[in-house]
Design a protein around this ligand. Structure first.
Ligand code: HEM
Length: 115
């Protein structure tokens, strides 16, 4: 390969790398759902979260009679749909769901810590 061809190859490689790594549109084109890692990653985080809540004595009483398998499914749907993924949330709205539960600020903060 001639010296000038080497220079052109190097320039093309640098331009391609720059386009792939630093073009702003590249990152912006990906939904939050994709950037989170898609369905598998969301499922893993929700399952871990439900385990954390179950072990958290500060708030697990709220979930004493809850069908955890169903809650798991609904939370995955909710996070998937809210982050732009291909899901439809099939649960109740948040106001109806939590009405009458007397969720305190401390309980809310504990739940957030469990994520
Ligand atoms: C970011 C805030 C929260 C979100 C997005 C959220 C989301 C949800 C969702 C999607 C469901 C399932 C809805 C359905 O059954 O149709 C649910 C149920 C439930 N949530 Fe929350 N939640 C939040 C905060 C909390 C907090 C702070 C508590 C209490 C410490 C709590 C306690 C419960 C309980 C006990 C259920 C099950 C209700 C049942 O057994 O029927 N949630 N939540």
């Amino acid at each position: 390969m001639t010296f000038s061809k080497k220079i052109i190859c190097a320039a093309v490689a640098v331009a391609a790398a720059w386009t792939l790594s630093s073009a702003p549109s590249f990152a912006a084109d990906r939904s939050l759902y994709e950037r989170l890692g898609g369905q598998g990653a969301i499922q893993a985080v929700v399952t871990k979260f439900i385990g954390n809540v179950g072990a958290d004595k500060r708030i697990n009483g709220y979930f004493a009679t809850t069908d955890l398998k169903k809650l798991n499914k609904l939370l995955v749907e909710q996070v998937c749909a809210a982050s732009g993924g291909p899901c439809t949330y099939s649960g109740r709205d948040m106001k109806t769901t939590h009405k009458g539960m007397k969720v305190t600020t401390a309980a809310f903060n504990a739940l957030v810590e469990d994520w």
